[in-house]
Design a protein around this ligand. Structure first.
Ligand code: UD1
Length: 417
């Protein structure tokens, strides 16, 4: 089992080139399944979740090769519409392959993605949407059998909640369905826009991605293309939190500040300086950091649930009391215990966490509880006095491409053992 050993208290300074977005790469890899010919996906981060998506593609009968940060997929003859249970469990977002398989083969068999570290992850909205498009779904011993005997057809679909995953599944199925699909209350996350841009480049007809209403006109054929994955806004937020916790200054290259409004607003409220030009973001930590009086996680363009733990790590040392409310997932404060062990003063009551800033944090032995919770511990450890041993870092490897190398290059003392 690998672990990070971190000697805290070093100010981060320098340049970081931001990796491609996991939450964009994964649905685009699924989308490649819809295309004939070759898809070349560049700026694809090296992550265990990306490798899992490649294994799913291979198990379906596609050719999928990753060299450095470029994945080449050939989906000319997908032969199996079944995702093995073991692969469904390996990556929670494997559910996005449902829309892609239905769009390409009109059928699929797959397990439930199951609960995860963040609590139950229901897929009722995904299933309702697929049914509206003509898919018959039956469940047998936890396995879903989905088939559209008369083909997929367009539909009007109103999502009760702007679910990111459900919106992606609808897009993936609707681009190959007969006729028009209109999705209302669609998720507006930038990764949805990135997926739609990829599909449009392959020949799909999609209007309104990035807004609450998306209109898709199905087409018979999509052809693979070359596409670069957008920069990862949550990874960007993580490096900002690491800089904030250490009183540092960073220049982030190849970022997309436009996609980070809610996050940058929070850091500015904390007294940090964020200045953007083209794809570069210059950041200087607030000294001291100011608290966030009240912030709650919301669907985009609100403050993202994925940044909650990460920003909380910085707030532990703010000069005052902050309140964070988690409205998206019910089990997303599991990192709090580790932060408290490192000297933070945090109380959780239901969906709210009250963070009273402390003067200093100290190193401790802690375990990553989930992907972003682990990233929060990393940020806290860098700003803490003494040594932190961070275990269970496979959670972090799901979303961060060589984080120790990135951080070493800007002055952190961190080692993978
Ligand atoms: C969510 C985040 C996304 C983040 C991802 C990975 C939001 C809105 N979405 O996306 O930004 O990148 O986690 O951490 O912040 N739900 C249902 N039924 C469904 C689908 C979802 O009840 O069929 C509920 C979920 O339980 C959850 C909420 O809707 O409370 C958000 O789910 P959704 O947007 O689908 O989650 P992800 O796609 O995983």
């Amino acid at each position: 089992m690998q672990r990070f050993i971190i000697q805290g208290g070093r100010r981060l300074e320098g340049d970081i080139t931001v990796q491609g977005a996991k939450n964009s790469a994964l649905p685009i890899l699924a989308a490649a399944l819809l295309c004939e010919g070759e898809t070349v996906l560049t700026n694809c981060p090296k992550l265990s979740d990306v490798y899992a998506a490649c294994r799913i593609l291979t198990s379906i009968g596609c050719k999928c090769v990753m060299r450095d940060r470029t994945v080449t997929i050939n989906a000319d003859v997908p032969s199996r519409a079944v995702i093995p249970e073991r692969l469904m469990q390996e990556m929670r977002s494997s559910i996005i392959f449902m829309g892609a398989l239905l769009g390409r083969l009109g059928m699929c068999t797959l397990g439930f993605p199951g609960g995860c570290e963040l609590g139950p992850r229901p897929i009722d909205l995904h299933l309702q949407a697929m049914r509206r498009m003509g898919v018959r779904i039956t469940e047998e011993n936890g396995i879903l059998h989905c088939a559209a005997p008369r083909g997929l057809h367009g539909a009007r679909i109103h999502l009760q909640f702007p679910s990111v995953g459900a919106t992606e599944n609808i897009l993936l199925a609707a681009v190959r369905a007969e006729g028009e699909t209109i999705v209302t209350n669609a998720a507006r996350e930038p990764e949805i826009t990135d997926l739609a841009q990829f599909l449009v480049k392959c020949g799909a007809r999609i209007e309104g991605a990035g807004s609450g209403t998306i209109r898709i006109l199905g087409t018979d054929k999509l052809t693979g293309c070359e596409y670069a994955v957008m920069p990862d806004r949550i990874v960007t937020a993580t490096w900002l939190a690491c800089a904030a916790s250490t009183g540092g200054e960073l220049r982030l290259l190849r970022t997309d500040s436009g996609s980070m409004t809610g996050i940058l607003d929070a850091f500015e409220e904390m007294g940090c300086r964020c200045s953007q030009s083209e794809d570069t973001l210059c950041f200087a930590a607030g000294r001291p950091l100011k608290p966030l009086r009240y912030i709650k996680t919301m669907p985009y363009p609100g403050f993202p649930t994925d940044a909650q733990a990460i920003v909380m790590a910085s707030l532990c040392k703010a000069a005052g009391t902050s309140v964070m409310e988690e409205t998206i997932f019910e089990n997303r404060f599991r990192h709090v215990e580790a932060l408290v062990r490192m000297g933070a003063d945090i109380r959780v009551a239901g969906r709210a966490a009250v963070i009273r800033g402390v003067h200093a944090m100290h190193g401790a032995q802690v375990s990553a509880t989930d992907l972003r919770g682990g990233a929060a511990m990393l940020a806290a450890a860098l700003g803490a006095e003494g040594e932190t041993v961070l275990t269970e870092i496979s959670h972090i490897d799901r979303g961060y491409d060589s984080p120790e190398l990135v951080l070493q290059a800007v002055g952190a003392k961190i080692e993978r053992r």
